[in-house]
Design a protein around this ligand. Structure first.
Ligand code: CU
Length: 143
């Protein structure tokens, strides 16, 4: 047996083994660095229409001359209040503390929405001159 051939062959084997090991490590590192970052960007949008109204009570009210036919509204903190107010004559639905001031045109139904953020008793009234004085007022109770 030629010793030189043996040395060369074993040297090639060592190089080959080293190459295989190194390339194997590279693949392992690549697999580890590929982190899966899943971003959950699903937004729960409130469904419009009848589905959305199942969670909120729509209160039907008449603004007449000169009164509201609903004199007390009960509400909860953080829950949206939805009113459908039919108006006979020119009126408003106004709550000073909550910044609600909606004009109610004659013969139309106006949707009024607001969400009280603090408990308390609030006065709602019609801001047309003379109407609140004539009794066009009501009480919103937020608990
Ligand atoms: Cu009025």
């Amino acid at each position: 047996m030629n010793k030189t051939v043996l040395i060369v062959v074993s040297g090639l084997i060592v190089i080959l083994v080293a190459y295989v090991l190194m390339s194997g490590e590279d693949e392992m590192q690549q697999a580890n660095t590929q982190e899966t970052s899943v971003q959950n960007s699903v937004q729960n949008k409130e469904p419009k229409g009848s589905m959305g109204e199942s969670e909120e009570n729509v209160i039907n009210m008449l603004a007449g001359n000169i009164f509201f036919d609903v004199s007390t509204i009960n509400a909860k903190v953080g829950e949206k209040v939805v009113l459908d107010i039919r108006s006979e004559g020119q009126h408003t639905f106004t709550i000073d503390e909550l910044g609600v001031n909606e004009f109610l045109p004659n013969g139309k139904t106006t949707r009024v929405e607001f969400t009280p953020t603090e408990s308390g008793t609030y006065r709602y009234y019609c801001a047309i001159p003379g109407h609140a004085e004539a009794g066009q007022v009501g009480t919103l109770i937020v608990q």
